[in-house]
Structures are given as C-alpha cells and as structure tokens.
Design a protein. Structure first.
Length: 129
C-alpha cells in the first residue's frame, strides 16, 4: 500500500505504465460535447486503476481472473441531491458467473478505497453530467 500512496495524479499513473500522458488519450471530438468529459475520465481511470493494481501486485501487471473465486473490489458511490451530491461511500464485491467483469476493479480493498478517494473528481466526471 505504501507504493500505491505515491500515485497521486494521472501523470503518475502514466509514468508507472510507461505511457506519455500527452499522447495516450484519444481524440474525443467526434463525440457529442456533453459526453467528452465522461469519456476522457474513463480513459484516465483505466490507466490509473491499471497502475494502482500493478503497484499492489509487486510491479507486475494484474488482470482480474473472474474464474478464480477471489474477491475483486469496485467503488460504490452515493449520488444524490444532498449536501455532498456525489461521494464515495463504501466498496463492493461483485461476483460474476459470466467471466466478464469490470476493467475498473481492484485487487484489494484498501487500494480501492485510496484510489477512489484520491481520484474522486475523475469518478465524478465519469458518472455525472
């Protein structure tokens, strides 16, 4: 977890994944303007989650194996009109028998919680208009 806490920005994640942050993001200009922010946030989150899981896996790429019976973690958000509007609430465990799961899942609960809180603005842009 100590290494994961060094992950503070999208640029940090790109460095871990050996990607150029100025070149990795696709051109979303062909999509409706109201969707571009969400698409860019999703693209950034893919890199961030991959980097976090790599750090949590002794610098080796981690790909979720949906057939191994091990827990995977995804953030769970509360979206409402209250004072906080959008906030990270808890993590959740999902199990699928289809062997198709989220690309935005984490190897461990503590990394899920840290990354979700650290990158809450990206998650907000991804989920909300």
């Amino acid at each position: 977890m100590k290494e994961v806490k060094k992950l503070k920005t999208f640029e940090d994640a790109c460095k871990i994944e050996k990607l150029d942050p100025k070149k990795i993001l696709p051109d979303f200009s062909c999509y409706p303007e109201e969707d571009r922010k969400a698409l860019e946030a999703h693209a950034k989150l893919l890199v961030v989650v991959k980097a976090a899981n790599r750090l949590d896996n002794n610098n080796k790429e981690w790909t979720p194996d949906w057939t191994d019976g091990k827990w995977k973690y995804e953030p769970w958000f509360v979206m409402n009109e209250g004072s906080s509007g959008f906030r990270y609430d808890v993590f959740d465990y999902w199990f699928t028998l289809s062997c198709v799961g989220s690309r935005l899942c984490f190897k461990s609960e503590d990394v899920c919680e840290y990354i979700t809180n650290q990158f809450i603005d990206l998650y907000r842009d991804y989920f909300m208009k």
